[in-house]
Design a protein around this ligand. Structure first.
Ligand SMILES: C[C@H](OP(=O)(O)OC[C@@H](O)[C@@H](O)[C@@H](O)Cn1c2nc(=O)[nH]c(=O)c-2cc2ccc(O)cc21)C(=O)N[C@@H](CCC(=O)N[C@@H](CCC(=O)O)C(=O)O)C(=O)O
Length: 323
């Protein structure tokens, strides 16, 4: 597998840049920067990261086809591609179901919007004018970018978890970023993607909640709060797929809603931690990564929290996990 790492731009930009440079030095192949309106802007962050790195591929993990018109996203990624001398990737998806409504954006026909959005973005990158009068959502009329990406084709990765979104990812993407850490989720997702992707080259990335430490207990402690949020946001079919306690998940939801983190994190049980994360010592992590690769995963993304101490964890990944 290739190895990616996720950073959330909820830290001062200089700290973010240091993590990214450290990840590049540790030998990671992809940097994925999350995109939520309430954090630092994903494209401004990527521009700076592109300028301060020289090898690692980088892109939003993931932006969405709702907050910005695809033409604006096409240009934003094109700019990152120019600054990074051809290292940009585009991670794009429906958008977070918990943040978009806060800024008045209803989650309407995400599959249609994403399909049309990715099509116009790819068309714009060719430099030709784009007119899509028959589109349901993005009716473009002679839109054209005044400049082209450095790369012939910037890879497009679709963030997906639901069945229709996974199928869409296989159809329109060069890869998928799947918010999951457990082989059971890939037993479900990979056949859907492979059927839709057909013969084309396709990168199936496990966008995991990842926690590595020489001390397994410390790794587990670091991942518990993140698992609480994942469990609280998990669709019911996913909770059932892992045989988790709906009562415990509701206790977590209630605790988080009240800001009572003690109750929320206290209700996280081992079954949830195993369902929604990979954690442990380097040896334990390599065994879990091998299980994911057996399911057809071709890229492992180390997502939040990465570990109790980010720099130490990045060093462990570079030394013991990346072959
Ligand atoms: C919309 C949703 O798709 P989903 O794949 O489950 O979406 C969940 C998440 O993937 C989505 O919220 C992502 O944006 C979350 N997300 C991030 N979201 C963010 O906003 N920012 C991030 O940085 C981010 C990172 C990220 C990384 C990996 C990843 O996998 C997801 C990530 C869904 O409901 N899908 C269903 C139904 C979709 C459907 O059929 N819709 C129809 C009709 C629906 C209607 O009637 O409106 C249509 O679109 O036409 C399905 O796939 O089966």
């Amino acid at each position: 597998a290739t190895f990616g790492i996720e950073f959330v731009p909820n830290v001062p930009i200089k700290e973010l840049i240091n993590y990214c440079k450290f990840a590049e030095d540790a030998g990671l192949n992809y940097l994925w920067i999350t995109d939520h309106y309430n954090n630092r802007n994903v494209f401004e962050s990527l521009a700076l990261i592109a300028d301060k790195t020289s090898r690692i591929k980088l892109g939003p993990g993931i932006t969405n086809a709702f907050t910005a018109s695809p033409a604006v996203t096409a240009s934003a990624i094109c700019t990152v591609d120019e600054i990074s001398d051809g290292r940009a990737t585009l991670g794009i998806g429906p958008g977070d179901l918990s943040t978009l409504p806060k800024i008045g954006i209803p989650m309407e026909t995400p599959v249609a919007r994403l399909t049309e959005g990715v099509a116009v973005i790819k068309a714009l990158w060719t430099g030709a004018p784009v007119s899509t009068p028959d589109n349901k959502v993005f009716k473009y009329a002679g839109a054209a970018l005044a400049y082209k990406p450095k790369q012939k084709a910037i890879p497009v990765y679709i963030g997906a978890q639901g069945e229709k979104m996974l199928e869409t990812a296989g159809k329109i993407g060069d890869g998928a970023l799947i918010n999951a850490s457990n082989p059971k989720d890939f037993a479900f997702a990979v056949p859907i993607i492979k059927k839709a992707a057909g013969e084309k080259k396709f990168d199936i990335a496990a966008y995991t909640s990842f926690s590595i430490d020489n001390d397994s207990k410390k790794a587990k402690g670091a991942v518990r709060p993140v698992v609480a949020f994942i469990a609280a946001g998990a669709p019911v079919p996913v909770i059932q797929r892992h045989g988790l306690s709906l009562d415990a998940v509701n206790t977590i939801k209630g605790g988080l809603a009240k800001g009572d983190f003690k109750t929320a994190f206290g209700a996280v049980d081992d079954a949830m931690i195993n369902a929604f994360s990979i954690y442990g010592t380097p040896a334990e992590m390599n065994a879990k990564i091998a299980d994911l690769e057996k399911m057809g995963v071709t890229q492992i993304v180390a997502g939040s929290p990465i570990g109790g101490d980010k720099n130490k964890s990045i060093r462990l990944i570079g030394k013991y996990v990346i072959p």
